[in-house]
Design a protein around this ligand. Sequence first.
Ligand code: CTP
Length: 399
Amino acid sequence: MLHGKSVLLIISGGIAAYKSLELIRLLRKNGLTVRCILTDGGAKFITPLSVAALTENKVFTDLFSLTDEAEMGHISLSRETDLLLVAPASANILAKMAQGLANDLASTVLLATDKPVMIAPAMNVRMWQHEATQNNISILSQRGVLIVGPDEGDMACGEYGPGRLADTEEILRNVKIYFGKKSPLADCTALVTSGPTHEPIDPVRYIANRSSGRQGHAIAAALANKGAKTTLISGPTSLPDPAGVKVIKIETAQQMLTACQKALPADVMVCAAAVADFRMATNSNKKIKKSNGKIPVLEITENPDVLATISKTKKTRPKLLIGFAAETHDIIPNAQLKLKDKKCDWLLANDVSEESGTFGGDNNTIHLVTADSVENWPQMTKNDVAKRLAERIASALIK
Ligand code: CTP
C-alpha cells in the first residue's frame, strides 16, 4: 500500500527526537521514501548524519542554503511529497504552524505546502496542557491537520501525564490509514461558480455587487479536499486560488456562462456566484462624459441565468445541481420558488440583508431547501458551510 509514496518527516526539538530514528526505519520498512528536515532544536538531540544514514537521502536543515535551494528549493520540497509528518512536533513548531510563521526551513515548508500534514506532538505535560498550546491544536485541527497522540505516561523530565510522543507503531498505523483511505469524491468531477461578475458600463466603469467569493472558493476547496477533480469559475475577487483546484477567471455573466458550458460535464455543480442580473444594453467603448449637466440614461438588459440555462440543457446537466438563494426577506418561500424556477436539486438559501453581515463577512446561516424538505443549519463560518456541503454532496453522489 505504501510503495511509491513519500513522506517528508520534520523533526523538531525535543528529547523524543531520538524516537524519530526508529520511525524512519519503520516507514522505510513499509515501502515509503523518507526525506527529512531537521530543525535547529532537533539537531541538538540527533545528528543530520544519523538521519541521512537511515533515510539514505540528503537531510535539509537550512532555509538559506544555496546548495539545497539549487538541488531542491524549499517550495518543491513542500510539494513533491505525499504527506508531511511532523514528529516530534514541539510546542514551538505547533505555535508557528498555527500562526503561519515562516522563520526557518521547517516552518516555511509547512506554510508553503499544499499537501496534507500529520503531527505527532511531544512536550512536557504542562506545556501540552497550557491554554496557548491547546488553542493552537484546535486551530490546526480545524484546518484539517491530522493529529496523532500525544500519549500519557512517565516523561523524560520526571513528570507524569499527557505529552509523550505517540508510539512509533501508532504513528505508522495512522500513516497507513491515511494512505489506505480513498478520498470519498476521488472519482467525481465538480464545477463551482464564485464571486461577483463585473458588467462594463464603459471602459472605466462597471456594475458589480458586494460578493467576496469567499463561500464559493471555500466550497471549491472543500470539494477538492474530498478528492473531486474541481474547476472553479470565478468572477473578480481578491482571494488566492484554492489549492488543487483549476481556476478560470472571468469578468461578466456571459463569460461565466460560456466558461461553465466549456467546463461541463461534471457530476456536481455548485452555483455560488452572485451573477449580475443585468448588463448594459449597448457597449460603450468610449468613456461616457459629463455634458453640461445632462444626466446620461443607462439602458440595461437582462443577463443569461447561468444556473437555469445549465439545468435546462439535458445533455450536460450535472447529476447534482446546487444553487444559492441570496435573499433579504421571506428567505424560505423565495428559495422554494427559485428552486422550482431554476429546476435545480438543492438550493442553499441565505440571508444577505445588511444586518446579517453575510456579504463580505466570515459567517453564513444556511437553509438547505430541496423539493420536499427544508433543513436549517446553525450559523457557521463559510469554511464550515463548505465542509458540511461537501460531506452532503459526497453522501448524495456515492449512494
Ligand atoms: N444565478 C445565475 N445566473 C444569474 C443569476 C443567478 O447562475 N444570472 C444563480 C446564482 O449563482 C445562484 C442562484 O442563481 O445560485 C440564485 O441567485 P440569486 O441572486 O439569489 O437570485 P436571482 O436569480 O438573481 O433572483 P433575484 O435577484 O430576483 O433574487
